[in-house]
Design a protein around this ligand. Structure first.
Ligand code: FE2
Length: 364
């Protein structure tokens, strides 16, 4: 098998943000964003935040990351979290955090409103930091029925690795009829092929780390990441791979029939699907349907990769399902918020019709 091929060209999914005189995304941007969300499952909104606003977001995230009592996320990459390869934690519902989240919601209200009613739940507000030595997540779908947002509060370089997406693989009524009615099977095959390559990539990297290349391994880390019995769906864990204890990728998925199909359909898969990696500039936001195939890659640089994240439900969500797939902060669980609550949680910041929002601050 060849290595993982990833394109860094996200121009087909980008909308340069213009705000109208109400301080929200201008109509023509909304139309473009919705068209991209529908056809590709994601949209990259460049320049949604000014530098000053992004700095304010980064400050809020730093305050939480520096708090030893922060609430760690439980939905992904726990082993990376344990060895400080990643720091995924929820942001508490403090007034500045809610104001920051509210301003993002207000600016994107016309896009969100197409999917999320005002009574729908704010599922989580989080910060995602990845360090050198982290594992590349397997290509996966998040729990369905959610619109998720990632915001770059600093420039993210190719080496730091922005989120990887497979455009056009989101699920909707009749999506399986695409590609000659074979869409589901082809997406399944593509995902298996990617995840096979990701497993090899992660194993190779861990082996190199064991030999002293890249980030040094902590005591016991190699065994924990490759042979642990602990649940973690995004490690190259051979034990759980063989035992079928990883729903993202396991040996059971590589039946002779599947291997034959992978060989037979190799050119079709190359033609239909591609991995695209966003390397968002400071202030860029990525909005995506949660069931779009995607992965948080490893960080190949010594500079931490920091992202702000927020997810809003599109329908009612069972509490267990919510907490299994998303990580609400205890303060959000104690005082749940809806999309409508969030829209009202900050004053609006109108900007002159003739200007962009670049000088508009989130917090006065
Ligand atoms: Fe995910």
């Amino acid at each position: 098998m060849r290595g993982l091929e990833v394109s860094n060209d996200t121009s087909a999914f980008e909308v340069p943000v213009v705000l109208d005189d109400r301080g929200i995304l201008a109509d023509h941007c909304v139309r473009q964003a919705l068209a991209m969300m529908d056809s590709h499952g994601l949209v990259v909104l460049t320049g949604l935040l000014s530098d000053r606003e992004a700095d304010e977001g980064l400050d809020l995230m730093r305050q939480t990351i520096d708090d030893p009592d922060r609430h760690k996320c439980t939905f992904a990459s726990e082993t990376d979290n344990r060895y400080v390869r990643r720091d995924f934690c929820s942001l508490p519902s403090t007034p500045p955090v809610i104001r920051f989240a509210a301003t993002l919601c207000q600016r994107l209200e016309e896009v969100y409103s197409e999917y999320c009613g005002r009574s729908r739940a704010l599922l989580e507000v989080i910060t995602l930091t990845s360090y050198l030595g982290s594992s590349h997540q397997y290509i996966h779908r998040d729990p369905s029925g959610v619109i998720s947002l990632l915001v770059a509060v600093e420039d993210v370089s190719d080496q730091q690795g922005g989120t990887v997406f497979v455009p056009g693989t989101h699920i909707y009524g009749g999506a399986g009829n695409k590609h000659g009615g074979n869409a589901e099977e082809l997406m399944r095959l593509f995902r298996i092929r990617c995840n096979y390559r990701i497993m090899l990539y992660n194993l190779k990297k861990l082996w190199a780390m064991r030999k002293g290349e890249g980030a040094p391994l902590a005591s016991g880390e190699f065994l924990d990441r490759v042979f642990s019995t602990r649940w973690d769906e995004h490690q190259p864990n051979l034990l759980r791979f063989v035992l079928g204890k990883n729903s993202q990728f396991s040996l059971a998925m590589l039946s002779p029939g599947t291997l034959w199909k992978l060989y037979r359909q190799r050119e079709t898969l190359d033609k239909l699907f591609r991995l695209v990696q966003a390397a968002p500039r400071k202030g860029t936001a990525i909005l995506y349907r949660s069931d779009l195939l995607h992965a948080g890659p490893d960080n190949r640089s010594s500079r931490p990769r920091r992202l702000f994240g927020m997810s809003i439900a599109r329908d009612i969500v069972e509490t267990k399902y919510w907490h299994d797939g998303y990580s609400p902060d205890p303060s959000l669980i104690a005082h749940p918020m809806s999309f409508g609550d969030l829209l009202e949680a900050a004053p609006r910041h109108p900007v002159p019709a003739s200007s962009t929002h670049k000088d508009n601050a989130l917090v006065d």
